[in-house]
Design a protein around this ligand. Structure first.
Ligand SMILES: NC(=O)C1=CN([C@@H]2O[C@H](COP(=O)(O)OP(=O)(O)OC[C@H]3O[C@@H](n4cnc5c(N)ncnc54)[C@H](OP(=O)(O)O)[C@@H]3O)[C@@H](O)[C@H]2O)C=CC1
Ligand SMILES: [Mg+2]
Length: 343
């Protein structure tokens, strides 16, 4: 099953600016910080801040060679900025992203105003492009980094009201912006995108765009047009891109995806008739599309994403990283096929 909600309940402490244990308490705590600027400011002063530079997360390599994002306590961020002679008021640009597993609020901050190399040196870490970060971070770490980057990006690109052109001002948590001198509120937005694993009963359809790295194949995806249902988007995208008619659509799960700016991925299975599987690929959208059987999918799921370089042989076929919904749909389909073969 797709796992998109991770509930952290361990070791949470009780105080006015920290949440107590339990999912309900944590959500209410975060909601209060979104609504109450004073409570949010107080929480920020005793919080950890995930660091970015020009929308690139700061990553450090651990002793076991895995990577994690760097979050510093508020007072350590102050010391860092002081040591670099930077204005401490930039901490006010921090955006609330959640609750840590020790019960404090967690924020993110873009340090674009200071020199990246100096921050990297002081933390023994590197600012890494978000796409590359996605291949380095664990399944549980990547979604929070993606959420943080998406919120920072939204604030950077929504400094003015699209209605009046006037500047907008953020609330303390960064959950919304308000047009100066008015009551017009702007909330962060995501674009709905369907991602459909098309199958004919025994094979599934994967495709690659010319812009993908060599060898990468994924399920068909497409942005929802205004007024469309999920089912309509799946049917249209599969018809447009692969020339196939979808008979039925089954919802599987969803995921926030930070590319190209902020997408809400709606994962589905799309069944086509085994009697009508001839492809007519739209090469203006896709470089290639192919049917894969169970064995090919299982082999591809075992290839690390991205595959190790070298060898000089033909490009190996590989799939999006484990935390990408495209990967999870393939995993789920392979498990269903296996169960069918066993029973
Ligand atoms: N998480 C995962 O596992 C996967 C995620 N994805 C994501 O799905 C997204 C959509 O897939 P893709 O096949 O590219 O989509 P589409 O097939 O819809 O093609 C993309 C084109 O749609 C147009 N478009 C329509 N609405 C929007 C919008 N709101 N924002 C941007 N472009 C829009 C643009 O064309 P024009 O500029 O000509 O108007 C764009 O080039 C990708 O950004 C990709 O990152 C894809 C596969 C796997
Ligand atoms: Mg597409």
């Amino acid at each position: 099953m797709l796992n998109r909600l991770r509930v952290l309940v361990s070791g949470l402490s009780h105080s006015s600016t920290r949440c107590c244990s339990g999912y309900v308490s944590r959500m209410r705590f975060l909601n209060r910080l979104k609504e109450d600027d004073d409570a949010c400011a107080e929480a920020l002063s005793d919080s950890h801040l995930m660091l970015f530079h020009s929308l690139q997360p700061l990553l450090k390599q651990n002793q076991d060679r895995s990577f994690s994002s760097v979050s510093l306590h508020h007072k350590d961020v102050e010391s860092l900025l002081q040591s670099l002679g930077a204005d401490l008021s930039i901490i006010r640009e921090s955006v609330l992203i959640g609750c840590s597993d020790t019960g404090g609020a967690l924020f993110c901050l873009d340090l674009a105003a200071v020199e990246a190399a100096a921050v990297e040196e002081q933390n023994g870490a590197k600012f890494v492009d978000l796409r590359k970060s996605f291949f380095l971070l664990s399944d549980s770490a990547a979604p929070l980094v993606a959420k943080a980057q998406a919120l920072l990006r939204w604030h950077q690109t929504h400094r003015f009201c699209s209605l009046s052109g006037k500047p907008t001002e953020r609330n303390r948590s960064g959950s919304h912006r308000v047009t100066a001198g008015s009551k017009v509120i702007h909330y962060p937005q995501m674009s709905p995108v369907v991602i459909a694993l098309v199958h004919d009963g025994s094979r599934c359809l994967l495709a690659r765009q010319a812009s993908f790295p060599p060898g990468l194949y994924s399920a068909l995806a497409g942005f929802c047009d205004m007024g469309e249902s999920v089912e309509e988007t799946v049917r249209r995208e599969v018809a447009e891109e692969a020339g196939l008619e979808v008979l039925s659509v089954t919802y599987s799960g969803s995921q926030h995806w930070p590319f190209p700016s902020s997408s809400f991925m709606i994962g589905c299975f799309a069944a086509v008739s085994p009697a009508h599987t001839e492809l007519s690929v739209d090469h203006s959208e896709l470089e290639d599309a192919r049917w894969f059987d169970l064995r090919q999918i299982q082999t591809g799921l075992r290839v690390p994403a991205p595959p190790r370089r070298g060898g000089g042989g033909p490009a190996v076929t590989w799939f999006p990283p484990r935390h990408a919904i495209g990967h999870q749909l393939m995993q789920e389909w392979a498990e269903q096929q296996q169960t069918r073969h066993v029973t």
